[in-house]
Design a protein around this ligand. Structure first.
Ligand SMILES: Nc1ncnc2c1ncn2[C@@H]1O[C@H](COP(=O)(O)OP(=O)(O)OP(=O)(O)O)[C@@H](O)[C@H]1O
Length: 710
């Protein structure tokens, strides 16, 4: 037991005892002991040598370092590294601190561009001159009404002639850096972002991010409700269209974005095309819509129905490079210039609604001279002067506290010149026409409001066939029976709201046309909504003679004699005014007055173009045919009237009303009438000379009834 226990205990506690114990081992153990000893010595030796060498190298290294460290350049380098490290650590700590701070001590709010709140806050911030220093703008004319009361309008240089086009407004576009605002003692940072569509993954809507440097969420609440109140008090009710800004704004250039559908877009596009700015553009779109924006195909024989426009034409971004690019006057001068050129054209722009509450096509038509309108007495001058007085009387309206808008109701049988009158007046006043087809499918109170809110303040709003706006019980019944939608869902109250609301623009002229004034609700045509009512009657003797003279002008310098080489006259046109007047009198004597519209007479004269004698000789036959036609139609439509007797929406026509003589257009088919009238009337009647119809007799001033604005 001892032998066993002893070495163990020694082995653990005493090395020399182990040695002693190993002496009792056999001889192989002795050999291994010797090797072990040698190895031990070798290690000791090596260790002492390396310690010596290490100490030597350490000393050498330290002295080397001391030498390097005393070099001033290296010293500076070390200092720089230390400083950089401190700064970087500081930055990281700062960032983390800021994140922490923001997490706990600030309130953040994000506003999406397609939300109402975005419009409130943007309008309010505009009014706080937040983006006063901005150098990147969206230029808006049609939508400018939305921002006018609160937006920052740049002064338009006084360019003399054109006054009736809407003034553009300049809205600051999103910038890269956030803006700082102090509001009621609190700091806010505001960052605006454009929508991005180019990269599907990172696509986002335009946003406005507000960071409020306070923990108090009540302040954000206050801010948003203040913005909301401001918006409703100063702007239009319906928020503007969503912007489609695809380009990154630049901080160094003056940028202006013009949106398709906005009037300013037409100014600038037409100008850019006229100066061949798109000459080198290889990316083209072909369109039949913009008949005079763009350039026609160059191939010979092609008609004018298609145009080339620069592709991706939904926006035009103009970048102004200037030594003084920060001077925004450069931009407003440019816009004033393009606007002046545009309105100096001999055209009237007619904007057509696209359904779904969006303005779509714009058609430019030649101006129609007022003199080509055959109206009794001074009807046209009365309308024109009234409209001029109205446009010039803005201050009077404002002093009197009356909304600055005026409504004209043109009523009477189809084809008597209602739409043509609107077209001619628009040309005289240099106003654009916005046609709203109230009876069309897709129209409802909302789309109506949307359309009206996107018209400029100074324009002509044309509500065609206003009596067809509201679907009658018969329409509803028909729609129910056929499981289809009624044509239009516009309600009377919706229309009245739109006509009265703040969004129906200051300085706007509304023309409404109808074939059935007796179908209209008195509320719709009361003064204040329809201030002037003008009846358009079937043709009088003077008008019948007038339209004849327009068709058969005598041969004169503009209309040279057609005589062939043998000296034979090849044209049947008269040689003198007197001769034409004689034919016209004979013609009028054979046509019953107050029976046919000018459009009907015009239709007959087209069949005798160039031959006045034949026109006179054939007219009796035409009248007889018309009468027979009328009689057969009235026997059919008489039963229709009978069946409608009970229907409040379609009472029978008043006595003396010439309805049976007309083939009436269907409700909802009339939205292109103005365009049609402009084209065929402009082409044919447009040949009349100034003052040609001034001597039209049968003056009937009772046709124009004016009511005071209340
Ligand atoms: N008083 C007029 N003077 C000159 N042209 C006229 C007159 N009335 C009608 N016309 C001609 O008749 C055509 C139809 O006219 P317009 O469309 O203006 O009639 P309207 O009264 O608006 O008809 P509707 O009620 O069907 O809309 C046009 O080509 C126009 O030139």
């Amino acid at each position: 037991m001892h032998a066993l226990v002893g070495p163990m205990a020694v082995g653990i506690n005493n090395q020399s005892s182990r040695t002693a114990y190993t002496h009792h081992l056999s001889s192989p153990a002795q050999v291994s002991m010797n090797i072990f000893d040698i190895l031990l010595r070798l290690i000791k030796h090596l260790a002492s040598r390396s310690l010596h060498t290490g100490t030597h190298f350490l000393g050498f290294g330290l002295s080397g370092l001391r030498a390097v460290g005393s070099n001033p350049t290296v010293k500076d380098l070390f200092r720089l590294i230390t400083l950089g490290t401190i700064v970087e650590v500081g930055r990281m700590v700062g960032e983390k601190g800021l994140e922490f701070w923001q997490e706990f001590f600030v309130v953040k709010a994000e506003f999406q561009m397609d939300d109402f709140a975005y419009d409130w806050v943007t309008a309010y911030l505009e009014n706080q001159n937040l983006w006063n220093e901005s150098k990147t703008f969206n230029v808006l004319a049609r939508n400018s009404a939305v921002y006018k009361p609160c937006g920052r309008l740049l002064p338009m240089p006084n360019s003399g002639k054109m006054t009736n086009h809407p003034a553009p407004s300049y809205e600051a576009a999103p910038t890269q850096s956030p803006s700082l605002l102090r509001w009621r003692g609190y700091w806010m940072t505001i960052r605006k972002r454009s929508p991005r569509y180019s990269d599907a993954e990172n696509a986002h809507k335009g946003t406005l991010m507000i960071t409020l440097w306070s923990r108090n969420t009540r302040i954000l609440d206050d801010f948003v409700s203040t913005a909301r109140e401001f918006y409703y008090a100063n702007s239009q009710l319906v928020p503007r269209k969503q912007f489609d800004v695809r380009s990154e704004p630049s901080e160094s250039l003056l940028n202006a974005t013009f949106f398709h559908g906005d009037t300013a877009y037409h100014w600038v596009l037409e100008y850019l095309i006229s100066i061949d700015a798109f000459n080198s553009t290889m990316n083209l779109a072909v369109t039949s819509w913009q008949s005079d924006l763009g350039w026609p195909p160059a191939r010979a024989g092609d008609d004018d129905s298609e145009r080339y426009v620069p592709a991706a034409g939904s926006i035009v971004v103009v970048q102004l490079y200037s030594l003084h690019s920060s001077d925004r006057k450069v931009l407003s001068d440019f816009v004033a210039h393009v606007k002046e050129r545009y309105s100096g054209r001999d055209k009237v722009s007619v904007h057509l609604a696209n359904g779904n509450g969006v303005w779509g096509r714009t058609i430019s038509k030649s101006r129609r001279a007022l003199s080509t309108l055959l109206l009794p007495g001074s009807t046209k001058e009365t309308i024109l002067n009234d409209a001029k007085d109205f446009l010039a009387g803005k201050e009077w309206y404002s002093r009197a506290g009356i909304p600055h808008r005026r409504g004209y109701l043109l009523y009477g049988a189809p084809g008597t010149g209602k739409s043509s009158t609107v077209h001619a007046i628009a040309g005289e006043l240099e106003l654009e026409i916005y046609v709203i087809p109230l009876a069309n499918a897709g129209m409802n109170d909302y789309t109506l409001g949307e359309l009206i809110s996107h018209t400029p303040s100074r324009c002509i709003l044309l509500l065609e066939d206003i009596d067809c706006a509201f679907p009658s019980r018969v329409d509803h019944q028909h729609a129910q029976n056929h499981h289809s939608e009624p044509r239009s869902a516009v309600t009377l109250s919706g229309l009245l709201n739109v006509l009265d609301s703040i969004s129906s623009g200051e300085g706007r002229i509304t023309f409404a046309t109808t074939n059935h004034i007796d179908h209209l609700d008195p509320a719709l045509i009361r003064p204040g909504r329809m201030d002037v009512k003008i009846e358009f009657r079937l043709a009088s003797t003077a008008q019948i003679e007038g339209v004849f003279k327009v068709f058969f002008r005598p041969l004169d310098a503009e209309n040279p004699k057609s005589i062939d080489e043998s000296g034979t006259k090849t044209s049947s046109l008269p040689d003198t005014e007197e001769e034409v007047a004689r034919y016209a009198a004979d013609f009028a004597a054979s046509v019953p007055t107050d029976t046919y519209s000018i459009a009907q007479i015009q239709g007959y004269l087209f069949t005798k173009k160039g031959d006045p004698k034949a026109a006179v000789e054939g007219v009796v036959e035409w009248v007889v045919a018309q009468t027979q036609d009328t009689l057969s139609k009235s026997s059919v439509s008489g039963s229709e009237f009978d069946s409608e007797e009970d229907d409040d929406d379609h009472p029978s026509p008043p006595p003396g009303y010439a309805r049976p003589l007309q083939v009436e257009p269907e409700c909802g088919q009339a939205d292109t009438q103005l365009v049609q009238a402009a084209s065929d009337g402009g082409a044919d009647l447009g040949r009349g000379k100034q003052g040609e119809f001034e001597s039209v007799d049968g003056v009937d001033d009772s046709a124009v009834s004016e009511t005071a604005d209340t």
